[in-house]
Unconditional design. Structure first.
Lengths: 311, 311
């Protein structure tokens, strides 16, 4: 046990590597949906990594990008959205709730990345509050929340206007009494600085991705809001520790055993994303990470068990 | 609509190929479990193919083989069963209910066949009645049941002592008023003959597999109880039609467009099993089957959608 009990669910150790469901279980179920979170939890994955963006009226909703992906969104007529993608910040909650995010358009590059994802209908973008309510109920009592806050790529000023999302998220988490089950998580370290100021009782997770690594298709790049890692005067783990972080979440291609060891010496936990292929999962276990964020929790469970590990 | 409304859920047509969840969704979830059936139904697959065997006290339970697979069964101590596999007919319901069928032993050939299946704990072999109760509730109202009855391989006499399982299954289905949602299904055509006699109001499905095709690892062979297809005086579809069958369920390696067309001319519906790989699913769509029984409903859905089809 620690001052932050939720960290125990992200801490590896002898015989243990933690699994974190990426947007629920994107390989199997529609991402960032209540259906996906419930599936992953039902499958024995306690921790969920998911993404929060604000609507026009500043309601936090769970969706990955600032724009709704046409490849994953159908309109009220049942057809895929086309043309310029809709910006969440310009939509009302009621407008968003009319859209169906239960399936992927298999003709798109994004859709082809997840060929086994089930195709559902009448699935809605959840409000953050819906997931928090579920976590507060008996059936959701085991859930841990790795809550990613998206900041605007255009918010590149010193404070970057990040207080709105921080305030909205922290208020929601506190209103459900889930401070001990949540970790605040972002690529935008200035957002996390704001979190440290307004919610020191909630631990923070620092995402990183070296700029030379390719983005995966269909993902909003968050590199523009992340620190310039090449110009840091220290290593990334040192910078996370200096910022008061508890968890460091590097892109899996940036992970080495030495970097993990360094993070552990600094008292950090390390969870890496998004690790889906068998070889990659094995390599991350070998590198000594505490946790693996994956779209395929079943596959990762089976690999762990095959190596005598649990999650 | 027909006299048997459940058949509509198995009938293909222009733009439609039906999907049937094989033991729920074995590629993703533990097979023949309530958790698996609920997953598949939630994913929009209405029809489930599953297997019924009797316990020592003649209670119908849902499990595939006459013996519980060691590769899929843990004892009360949490360890995999070892040695001679337990025979369901020799176990009481309470003994079976102590066993955990929530995961696969990945070291086994059977376990390796389904590397993405999630690993759950405290998952029990369901009684048939549990699934029927679920189907009778509002949340299960869309469910259609392709209920396979296993007969003893040793029952090779004329009547083969098959009345016990038929009586138990028919009584259970009738007691829940689900005759219009069920199809009785077997490799043992003498069991189906008995069904015709005692439950003419429930349509019947005739399984076939040519003996030259390999069994998949971990499956009880049902070839010994099936007719000798090579010695039939007619084609298999003709024999199914002559027996009063409504559905013919050939092994996918036995399917040809001509055989499907012949079955359709005879007024039969054709569902084929167990079709998991992309090429196989495409070939079965090309062959004109009405339905595809698959362990991977998400994958099959996506392939259908990619071809402009629904299920």
């Amino acid at each position: 046990m620690t001052d932050y009990p939720q960290l125990d669910g992200f801490r590896g150790g002898p015989g243990i590597v933690r699994l974190i469901g990426h947007r629920g279980a994107r390989g199997v179920m529609p991402e960032n949906t209540m259906e996906g979170f419930e599936f992953a939890l039902n499958a024995g994955v306690r921790a969920m990594e998911f993404d929060v963006v604000l609507t026009r009226e500043k309601t936090p909703v769970i969706t990955h990008n600032h724009h709704l992906l046409n490849a994953a969104t159908r309109g009220v007529d049942g057809n895929w959205l086309r043309g310029d993608e809709l910006k969440v910040a310009e939509l009302s909650l009621s407008e968003i709730k009319k859209l169906d995010v239960g399936g992927l358009d298999g003709r798109t590059i994004y859709g082809k990345r997840f060929p086994d994802q089930v195709f559902m209908s009448d699935v809605r973008v959840p409000r953050l509050e819906e997931l928090l309510d579920f976590a507060a109920q008996p059936e959701g009592k085991d859930l841990l929340l790795l809550l990613e806050m998206k900041s605007e790529p255009s918010n590149t000023g010193e404070r970057r206007g990040c207080t709105t999302i921080v305030d909205a998220v922290v208020e929601a988490v506190r209103s459900k009494g889930l401070e001990h089950r949540t970790i605040l998580h972002s690529f935008d370290w200035s957002v996390l600085e704001e979190c440290a100021r307004v919610a020191p009782e909630i631990p923070r997770s620092y995402l990183s991705q070296m700029p030379e690594n390719e983005d995966e298709p269909g993902e909003d790049s968050q590199k523009s809001v992340a620190p310039d890692f090449h110009s840091l005067e220290t290593s990334i783990p040192q910078a996370v520790a200096a910022a008061g972080g508890k968890l460091w979440c590097p892109y899996f291609m940036d992970v080495t055993p030495d970097r993990v060891a360094e993070a552990h010496e600094l008292g950090l936990l390390v969870s890496t994303w998004t690790v889906n292929e068998t070889d990659e999962i094995n390599a991350m276990i070998d590198a000594g990470v505490d946790g693996i964020i994956t779209d395929y929790p079943g596959r990762a469970q089976r690999i762990l068990l095959g190596r005598g590990l649990v999650w």
